[in-house]
Design a protein around this ligand. Sequence first.
Ligand SMILES: NC(=O)c1ccc[n+]([C@@H]2O[C@H](COP(=O)([O-])OP(=O)(O)OC[C@H]3O[C@@H](n4cnc5c(N)ncnc54)[C@H](OP(=O)(O)O)[C@@H]3O)[C@@H](O)[C@H]2O)c1
Length: 252
Amino acid sequence: MGNRLEGKIALVTACTRGIGRAIADMFVDEGAKVYYACRNMETGAAAVEAARARGGQAELVYFEAYEPETHRSMINECLAKEGRLDVLVNNFGTSNPQKDLDIMRCTYEEFERTVNTDLSTVFNACQEALNKAMLPQQSGSIINIGSVAAICPDKTQLGYGVAKQGINHLTKQMARQVAYANVRVNVLNPGIIATDAVARHLTPETQVYYTANCMIKRVGEPNEVAYMALYLASDESKYVTAQVLNVSGGWM
Ligand SMILES: NC(=O)c1ccc[n+]([C@@H]2O[C@H](COP(=O)([O-])OP(=O)(O)OC[C@H]3O[C@@H](n4cnc5c(N)ncnc54)[C@H](OP(=O)(O)O)[C@@H]3O)[C@@H](O)[C@H]2O)c1
């Protein structure tokens, strides 16, 4: 337990497991009150209970990426209880590697679905948090979780790469537009991180192929991403905005 986020109110999307869970738990353990924004209220409640059992402050709100009204209602639910929001982490991101293929084979419907889902969650949550909380309170930090897939074109997953690159530019534009109000917006790009998503979609052979492109030749851990999120959430990074920061073992 530390106190680097003492007194802050934070909301993290898609945090029942993986990178989102590591970020939400680390924020709690550093003194923030964290809203766990989850679609599965059962596993979400278990995560919140575990955080409280460690002596932390945590709440559960409903967030389903395919229900756009929840991108905003989760923010408003938090504001109704706390009256402020200091840190927003847009961790949710999706792609179906079986359908989100290369330009020759990806259907337009799949491309549109992936880009729309990955970008609309960030757009809607940021707009609501900025207009209702961070601009009026004149402070805040938004952390959008991207991917190295945005900076290094992949052989497949066209929609995912385009959406994640879109998040980079959306972030930089928002950062420029809200800096006057002491609000910061940054992207955190994970490399290959040991989560269910990677275990589900990448065979051990594929993981070796991907990590061959890393200077540090191994898969990363969710906590190693969470430490960067902690820095971006804390006042230690108050002169850092409009940045795309990679936690990828030196991915090339
Ligand atoms: N892992 C990597 O190597 C890697 C690399 C680059 C970027 N990223 C990015 O990092 C972020 C987190 O990825 P991850 O690997 O930690 O994922 P993960 O381990 O697969 O966890 C996915 C999380 O998203 C939630 N979720 C899935 N579909 C949802 C929906 N429709 N609405 C709301 N929540 C939903 C899941 O909730 P349930 O428990 O309800 O399923 C779970 O909490 C994503 O933005 C991803 O693009 C990951």
